[in-house]
Design a binder for this molecule. Structure first.
Ligand SMILES: Cc1cc2nc3c(=O)[nH]c(=O)nc-3n(C[C@H](O)[C@H](O)[C@H](O)COP(=O)(O)OP(=O)(O)OC[C@H]3O[C@@H](n4cnc5c(N)ncnc54)[C@H](O)[C@@H]3O)c2cc1C
Length: 285
């Protein structure tokens, strides 16, 4: 099928994009970034936006910068930008490990980091990264700028705190401590498919014991989130099979699993147990 008719606007500056978005949002206008989620949905006529605000020619939206404390990823930065480390910090390596799990290469060349966050698929790897690392999301509109904590940003399946005339201009990810350990694991039936469960973990070691543990789970619930029970079970423990299994069990118990035509709750709990344990195992040299 072909998309329903629409008008495409091609602003050259952010202010112009925000002005157009304010005007067309009430008439079912939407932002077009990489188009890797929106265009297929339009082609199936599951969405029929009358206006698209194409931000691909807006100056400077493809920039990644760091102020030494955070990494700023602007709205048109593609998934593929992270194939190589973008910052001299463990975060750079973490992002390049995760990037290779996002869809397939041609999609990574077009699709954007912020587009994934705005689309808010529960299985999105970047949404999991934002939730686990407590990213700050920068929403812009003609009314100004609004900073939204990741835990408040993801509202549910494909639903966020953005209002219709807001553009996600930037995602700010905190840099990791230089001695941070991390691990990522996801399960999908075929390479490149959306994950049925995924986990990102980070922590540091102090005198051989785990501190500052973060355990994020995605793809298993309507939105990705940190699992406090798993983090608490790791803090102060020596990394290894027994502490990792205990944390994985805590995560599997704590989640309220999604069910769909492929999986029931019990199966997804098993997946969460497996991906958390594997992510923790990968965190070790
Ligand atoms: C076959 C296939 C497999 C895929 N597999 C995966 C996968 O494994 N993991 C994964 O995470 N993704 C996957 N994707 C989705 C892909 O990563 C998309 O690129 C991403 O979800 C959306 O980014 P985009 O830039 O393409 O956004 P678009 O498709 O342009 O937009 C998506 C939605 O977000 C809104 N939007 C986009 N940018 C902004 C912004 N800056 N501000 C406000 N609203 C905005 C749009 O209005 C639209 O509603 C897959 C896609 C396909 C087609």
């Amino acid at each position: 099928m072909k998309p329903a008719p629409f008008v495409r606007h091609v602003p050259k500056t952010l202010d112009e994009a925000l002005r157009i978005l304010a005007e067309v949002a009430p008439k079912d206008g939407r932002v077009l970034a990489g188009g890797q989620s929106l265009v297929p949905i339009m082609a199936f006529r599951l969405a029929r936006p009358a206006h698209l605000v194409d931000i691909n020619e807006v100056a400077d939206l493809d920039k990644i910068t760091s102020d030494g404390e955070t990494l700023s990823v602007r709205a048109c930065v593609r998934h593929a930008a992270f194939h190589k480390s973008v910052v001299e910090n463990p975060l750079g390596r973490l992002l390049s490990v995760v990037a290779r799990h996002v869809a397939h290469f041609p999609i990574r060349v077009r699709g954007t980091f912020c587009g994934s966050l705005a689309h808010a698929d529960p299985a999105s790897e970047w949404c999991l990264v934002a939730a686990t690392l407590d990213a700050t999301l920068v929403a812009r509109s003609t009314r100004g700028e609004r900073l939204i904590a990741a835990r408040d940003f993801f509202a549910g399946i494909m639903s966020t705190a953005l209002v219709e005339d807001e553009l996600l201009a930037e995602a700010r990810l905190p840099l990791l401590s230089t001695d941070a350990k991390f691990g990522f694991n996801e399960f999908s039936r075929r390479a490149g498919d959306f994950a049925m469960a995924a986990s990102l973990v980070t922590y540091r070691l102090q005198a051989g014991k785990i501190v500052d543990a973060r355990v994020g789970v995605g793809g298993a619930e309507p939105r990705p989130r940190r699992i406090a029970e798993a983090e608490a079970s790791l803090d102060g423990k020596v990394p290894g099979d027994s502490s990792f299994r205990a944390a994985a069990e805590a995560a599997a118990t704590a989640i309220d699993p999604l069910e769909d035509h492929q999986t029931n709750a019990e199966y997804r709990r098993d997946l969460v147990r497996a991906v958390v344990r594997r992510a923790l195992e990968q965190s070790q040299p």
